[in-house]
Design a protein around this ligand. Structure first.
Ligand code: NDP
Length: 324
């Protein structure tokens, strides 16, 4: 048995129930993992609310965690009991213990502690694919990034600076602006008060940016298109304010022959080789201090309800970790 946070039906944060769930012995190719730190991600709120439907209910929520291997299933010879590991994208992480495929976890280097790993695997691998593969950011380019003081946002600021880009970041408050700047964001825009497209034009000599990374969704979609230079790329990768409304593709022509993509991490780490390559780049940047992780707040796992309320209420900064 393990304590876990499950939902029996979709809805608000009150649907998160702290209860016992059955955990069997690890099957062939699996390991038994005792979690030490669990990552909170906005995607968890989409699963809880039903925006992204889960295949079946009840379900243990969460996608990301770090922990220690306690037992090995048949045929697992690449890992050992006692190994510290983490995983970025596997359903059911809001639990004290669980079983998981050995192929889904990555061994952690000594320099990366468990809380850091839980704060950074899903978000850092997201930043890797967005900045390196969806639109490979080049030195000297100026990019626009929404929610720059969030978990993904702060990591993206640091990584984009490392690539030599100039970062324009939108944020919800003056305190968040300061935090984003401390993580390398060159220019901050208070998007609840300022005209973002106008500021972006000012900052880019009237040209606009070649790429916008937009995780806010409904509230920022159109404004993001207005910030792009002709043939620029709109990367719509999240829905913190709600799903983007359907729109006519003619808008892409009218606003400058724009490109649009709606990517998801799962399709960028589907092959084990891709997962290993992207993770080794992420872990190397952490070990060398190029990336540092801002864990803005932690909660006991049993208080996941409050963590969800704060994340959706825009009260968190940087990454959030749940502690079992
Ligand atoms: P964040 O820490 O970035 O939290 C979300 C932030 O969005 C808030 O802090 C807030 O910042 C901003 N925001 C703007 N409008 C709203 C609103 N109406 N309600 C709530 N928040 C709002 O979360 P994560 O780092 O976990 O994730 C960031 C985004 O990236 C999410 O949209 C997530 O779904 C997406 N994502 C997508 C992935 C993919 O592969 N497609 C993978 C990982 C994450 P502020 O106060 O500054 O406005």
């Amino acid at each position: 048995m393990s304590k876990a946070i499950r939902i029996h039906e979709t809805g608000g944060p009150e649907k998160l129930i702290w209860e016992d769930v059955k955990v069997g012995a690890p099957g062939p190719g699996e390991v038994l993992l005792r979690h030490t730190a669990i990552g909170l991600n906005f995607i968890d709120t989409y699963h809880r609310s039903g925006l992204y439907p889960l295949p079946e209910l009840p379900a243990v929520l969460g996608r990301e965690a770090a922990g220690v291997i306690e037992a090995l299933g048949e045929g697992v010879d690449t890992l050992a009991v006692g190994d510290r590991v983490a995983y970025p994208m596997n359903a059911g992480s809001y639990a004290e213990t669980r079983t998981i495929g050995a192929r889904d976890v990555l061994r952690l280097p000594e320099a990366v502690d468990d809380r850091t790993a839980a704060a950074v695997m899903l978000k850092g691998l997201t930043v890797e694919y967005l900045l390196r593969r969806t639109y490979p950011v080049a030195a000297g380019e100026t990019i626009l990034l929404h929610a720059a003081a969030g978990g993904v946002g702060l990591l993206a600021c640091r990584w984009a600076k490392h690539l030599g880009a100039t970062v324009i970041g939108t944020v919800g408050s003056a305190e968040k602006a300061e935090l984003a700047r401390a993580h390398g964001c060159d220019h901050t825009i208070l998007y609840r008060e300022e005209d973002v497209a106008e500021r972006v034009k000012e900052l880019t000599g009237g040209r606009g940016v070649p790429v916008v990374y937009d995780s806010v969704g409904r509230d920022t979609f159109e404004m993001s298109l207005n910030c792009l230079q002709p043939r620029g790329l709109m990367v719509s990768f999240g829905n913190a304010s709600g799903a983007v409304e359907p729109f006519g593709i003619g808008q892409l022509a009218a606003k400058g022959s724009l490109f649009l993509t709606r990517p998801s991490l799962v399709h960028y780490i589907a092959q084990r080789e891709e997962l290993e390559q992207a993770s080794s780049e992420l872990l190397r940047l952490l070990e060398t201090g190029v990336l540092t992780v801002e864990i803005g707040q932690t909660y006991a796992l049993c208080d996941a309800e409050q963590a969800h309320r704060d994340l959706e209420g825009r009260r968190t900064r940087g990454s959030t970790v749940l502690l079992p």
